[in-house]
Design a protein around this ligand. Structure first.
Ligand SMILES: Cc1cc2nc3c(=O)[nH]c(=O)nc-3n(C[C@H](O)[C@H](O)[C@H](O)COP(=O)(O)OP(=O)(O)OC[C@H]3O[C@@H](n4cnc5c(N)ncnc54)[C@H](O)[C@@H]3O)c2cc1C
Length: 492
């Protein structure tokens, strides 16, 4: 290990989801200060993950086949080197998680592996059935609490990056009372998750508001593939209304025979795709979105599962019951929901942004591994593989040299009140959702420009950047669908 100067400040990791926790653990023995809004183990999207984590561990499966499936899902727009790293290091990532205390479900001596849409082999390891994220997050949080080199600080919101001579040298963090503190760092790692909470319909927690992405962009990091957002087709939406983070009705329910229908019981996927209800996520999401925007509702009729519901899908069953829906007897009202951001802060395969001293990992980062559409169960894996790589690199490399120039505080700036957030979320849902068009994107940009509150706020500025990226990519690819794609082609 390169020798760290005595009294060197800690590495600051912002975010206590899977990416931040793995980075912090792998950075040993360098001191790490891990800052997060919530408490490690219960924070961010990680504990919400149901399906599990992908790795080529089964008989006859190989990393090359996992890579093949990842590239097909990503419409070939993935970074091939990143995909090779992800899939080759996946089996070692699972073994490492086990050493950190994650107890994956087993079939006798071997790990129990599931098949999921888009995967050519059964390669999804899970823990606690459909509570994989919760189990993994809890085990990593316990490991971090025990690790002598990690100091955890919850309840704090980072709202500025500190720079000297163009190098990130620390952060400004606010506690629950709004008191600000400047904290020096030898390196700052953004592990702040995705942007789902910027949309009216979302499966993401409120913390996925894009603050880390906005901070990185403000500090001069490049954005990459910012328009690539994955929408889940079936979020539980009582009364067809979106309000806050929506629970997911997993694709496995359709795999078990459930059908998407309109209010008259007619199948909505008929004639849309030969694979019907089991078509890829983006195709089904677009169809449900179109039905919703025609003023009708979509229902998932899963009554065929009958009395097996509580055993087969305990999490979804509980979510339905909490809304007064009994899926054994009633169809489930569904809407699509913003689910995962493939784009983010551009990094290399070690998590380095172009700004010295600033790193990004997990959903906030983009090294191109997911291309334009993420393969299911590859994002927890991304957090472990690239978090471990970044942590190990930081452990091996000297902290930043002392900088002497004037201190620059690059702050997020004004945020929005509840009404402003609601306006912005509706706007992005309408125009940056599963179906986009040049005119719709222009409308959204104009609405922000003419709304002084939105225009002056950091979420408004971030929204403008995302809309601008979607405006620039005129052709549909993966999860990015432009309804005016044919017109664009004709104009040329
Ligand atoms: C409902 C649901 C189900 C999913 N199922 C799966 C699945 O089965 N398999 C799979 O691979 N993926 C799944 N995903 C995706 C996966 O869970 C996420 O991509 C992944 O957990 C992201 O991890 P992360 O560490 O990057 O971010 P997160 O886990 O979201 O953590 C972000 C952290 O950053 C902190 N933070 C953010 N901003 C700030 C700030 N300004 N200051 C301080 N702290 C901040 C938050 O408090 C939090 O601690 C699912 C996602 C959802 C929402």
């Amino acid at each position: 290990m390169a020798h760290a100067p005595k009294n060197a400040p800690p590495i600051i990791v912002i975010g206590a989801g899977i990416a931040g926790l793995c980075t912090a653990l792998a950075a040993a023995p360098r001191p790490v200060l891990l800052l997060a809004r919530g408490s490690a183990g219960n924070d961010g999207a990680t504990p919400l993950a149901q399906g599990g984590i992908a790795a080529a561990l089964g008989a006859g499966d190989t990393p090359a086949q996992h890579a093949h499936d990842t590239l097909i899902a990503g419409a070939g727009s993935n970074d091939r080197e990143a995909v090779a790293v992800l899939t080759q290091q996946a089996p070692a990532a699972i073994a490492w998680l086990q050493r950190q205390g994650v107890a994956f479900d087993r079939d006798g001596d071997a790990l129990s592996l599931h098949l999921e849409g888009g995967h050519g082999h059964a390669r999804i390891a899970h823990a606690g059935g459909d509570r994989s994220g919760q189990h993994i997050a809890h085990a990593l949080a316990v490991a971090a609490q025990r690790a002598a080199h990690i100091q955890l600080q919850s309840g704090c919101d980072v709202d500025a990056l500190l720079l000297r001579d163009g190098r990130v040298i620390g952060v400004r963090a606010r506690d629950g009372n709004g008191h600000a503190q400047h904290i020096a760092a030898s390196a700052v790692v953004l592990a702040t998750g995705g942007i789902g909470a910027l949309f009216a319909c979302s499966s993401n927690p409120p913390s996925a508001d894009g603050a880390g992405l906005a901070l990185g962009l403000r500090a001069g990091a490049a954005g990459r593939d910012l328009e690539f957002v994955q929408f889940h087709p079936t979020a539980l939406a009582p009364n067809g209304e979106a309000a806050g983070p929506l629970p997911l009705v997993s694709e496995a329910v359709r795999g078990a025979g459930a059908r998407l229908c309109d209010g008259n019981g007619q199948p909505v996927m008929a004639g849309v795709d030969p694979r019907g209800d089991l078509a890829p996520r983006d195709i089904v999401a677009r169809r449900v979105w179109q039905v919703h925007h025609s003023g009708a509702s979509t229902w998932l009729d899963a009554r065929c599962i009958g009395e097996g519901w509580p055993q087969q899908f305990p999490t979804v069953f509980a979510a339905c019951r909490a809304q007064g829906i009994d899926p054994r007897h009633d169809p489930i009202p569904v809407l699509p929901a913003a689910h995962f951001h493939m784009g983010g802060l551009a990094t290399d395969l070690l998590g380095r942004t172009r700004v010295p001293g600033l790193y990004a990992v997990g959903e906030v980062a983009c090294n191109g591994v997911h291309g334009s559409n993420r393969l299911a169960s590859n994002s927890l894996l991304e957090g472990v593989v690239f978090g471990r790589r970044l942590g190990a690199w930081l452990a091996e490399n000297n902290p930043s040299p002392a900088a002497t120039g004037a201190l620059q505080t690059l702050a997020l700036g004004p945020t929005l009140d509840a009404a402003g957030w609601q306006r912005l979320r509706e706007l992005l849902w309408q125009h940056l959702g599963p179906v986009r068009s040049g005119s719709g994107l222009d409308t959204a940009l104009a609405v922000i420009a003419h709304d002084p509150t939105l225009a002056a706020s950091w979420p408004g500025e971030l929204a403008r950047t995302l809309l601008g990226a979607a405006r620039q990519r005129e052709h549909s690819i993966g999860a990015h669908f432009r309804s005016d794609d044919a017109q664009v082609a004709r104009r040329r």
